[in-house]
Design a protein. Structure first.
Lengths: 119, 161
């Protein structure tokens, strides 16, 4: 199953529900284009909901990092929501767990963007 | 069936679509070898990353080339060998992805993940044949090999050409 994504706007935050595989090739390319597209629309608060991601490889992790740094360079922030155990473990062993802002509650995750922008 | 000499051998066209084929085989073999779900996933990921390296970096995504895989269940370990037709790479030149200066690099985590998930990992140049990686996952000596899947002593496939 390749990657699929649906986009919803919750207040000022763009929530992307990602499912399937984020792997080298199509999955990574789709995610890259999606983030680029949101940035071009001026959406700089992006929350990636990874609850239904079945597989992520080293290239997929790289794509998350690329998205994180790309959004930050535009003055925005990209956060992660609902990691599966597999994704959680991968981010831990690659020491990226502390780099990303990771949430398991959508409302709180959305609230954290507001706090950051009013701080 | 001799559980100490279970072998699955397959040659796949060097195409990214075959990464999932290799994953499927690795999951079946790992299950047959009695590994639990978590270790099965780790073995699958190690095979996935090795296949990506073989197809993308080794064979330069040239579909006319192939990737050879061999899974062998030994009494004490699962040994996986993956060979491409590329010029190989030197493990010494792969930067540490956990170093502060590399933490936000987009690439360079594949070999690290393989090493994290497997008990042994080595790379060898095969004269005139390409580059071969060998990965080993140790088995719990108490685990019995399941019947089925690799219940033939030597199962061989060829999907190239």
């Amino acid at each position: 199953m390749s990657m699929k994504a649906t986009i919803r706007q919750v207040d000022s935050v763009t929530v992307v529900d990602v499912s399937g595989r984020i792997t080298l090739g199509e999955g990574c390319m789709q995610l890259r284009e999606l983030i680029r597209d949101q940035l071009s629309k001026g959406n700089k608060k992006i929350l990636l909901n990874l609850a239904d991601v079945t597989y992520i490889d080293s290239s997929g992790i790289g794509e998350l990092v690329s998205g994180f740094t790309g959004v930050a360079k535009q003055g925005g922030s990209l956060k992660l929501l609902n990691l599966t155990k597999k994704v959680h473990d991968l981010l831990q062993i690659t020491k990226l767990y502390t780099v990303f802002d990771i949430h398991d509650d959508e409302a709180r995750a959305i609230g954290s963007f507001e706090k950051a922008s009013t701080a | 069936m001799n559980p100490e000499s279970n072998v699955v051998e397959v040659t796949l066209e060097s195409d990214l679509k075959n990464v999932e084929v290799a994953e499927e085989i690795s999951l079946r073999v790992a299950s047959t070898a009695g590994f639990g779900e978590e270790d099965q996933h780790r073995i699958e990921m190690a095979v996935h990353e090795s296949m990506i390296n073989a197809i993308w970096h080794g064979n330069k995504n040239d579909h006319s080339k192939s990737v050879w895989l061999r899974f062998q269940i030994h009494r004490d370990r699962l040994e996986i060998r993956i060979r491409d037709q590329g010029k190989g790479f030197d493990l010494k030149h792969i930067p540490d992805p956990l170093a502060d200066e590399n933490l936000l690099n987009v690439s360079g985590r594949g070999i690290f993940l393989i090493r994290s998930f497997m008990d042994e990992f080595r790379v060898e140049q095969i004269a005139g044949a390409g580059t071969e990686v060998t990965m080993v996952k140790l088995r719990d000596p108490g685990i019995q090999t399941k019947q089925g899947g690799t219940d033939r002593e030597h199962e061989s496939h060829n999907t190239t050409g």
